[in-house]
Write a protein of this length. Structure first.
Length: 236
């Protein structure tokens, strides 16, 4: 499907998912990798002749991509921030040639809902990645469970990359919401399992051990404190 579509966006989304899966051996260093990526973008923005989002215009994997249009769409959205920040903007087609074609999902959120909508939409990704990371750490040691969460994160990362090249129609949005639902259920399930395990430990019945009177001076003393729920009963 990706090859026959002859689309740079679909090729990049597939490459992004493959790259994310390839980072599996570095899963414990992702914080450092994310910070390094952010620093790299800032450095490129400072040394490049144009803005860092101009890199979008140089993406052409098929020889017929409209990367320049996608670059200008982001550029015009940033330049006309005062037009859409409150409640969105409906005359974006007047910004330039073919500006009516909003092939960027983040730009769609900005122009149809304003700054609050855009921030909340980005927050969905932030919270989803965070939940996946926390859940993976909670099941660390269980490679099957870890691999499940890593694949969910890879699929979500592929959607982030695709967002810069296409606006999600109703059909695509359905699949995207299904992915978010899977992430929510999987991460919440791990959280509940951990919580129930803690409850079972706290509600465990007290243990009783019988020892000789030669080992103690009193008749009944706690072994490791009252929270451990274990007592030693001494026989005369």
């Amino acid at each position: 499907m990706v090859i026959t579509s002859n689309s740079s966006t679909s090729l990049l989304a597939l490459a992004a998912s493959a790259l994310a899966i390839a980072f599996w051996p570095l899963r414990k260093q992702m914080t450092l990798i994310r910070r390094g990526f952010a620093v790299t973008l800032v450095a490129l923005h400072l040394v490049m002749h144009g803005p860092v989002w101009a890199l979008i215009g140089r993406v052409d994997l098929t020889g017929s991509s409209s990367g320049y249009h996608r670059q200008m769409l982001v550029d015009m959205c940033i330049r006309h921030f005062s037009d859409w920040w409150l409640l969105g903007y409906k005359d974006y087609n007047l910004w330039g040639f073919l500006m009516f074609d909003m092939c960027n999902q983040f730009v769609v959120q900005a122009l149809t809902g304003g700054l609050v909508t855009l921030v909340l939409y980005i927050t969905i990704f932030k919270r989803s990645f965070r939940a996946i990371g926390i859940a993976r750490k909670r099941v660390e040691g269980d490679r099957r469970q870890e691999w499940l969460f890593w694949c969910l994160g890879s699929a979500l990362f592929a959607n982030v990359v695709a967002h810069f090249g296409i606006n999600y129609m109703f059909q695509l949005s359905e699949y995207f919401f299904i992915l978010l639902g899977c992430i929510s259920v999987a991460t919440f399930g791990v959280k509940q399992e951990v919580r129930q395990a803690k409850v079972r430990v706290e509600e465990a019945p007290a243990k009783v051990e019988f020892v000789s009177a030669l080992d103690a001076e009193a008749g009944c003393l706690p072994l490791n404190g009252p929270r451990q729920g274990t007592w030693r009963l001494f026989e005369a």
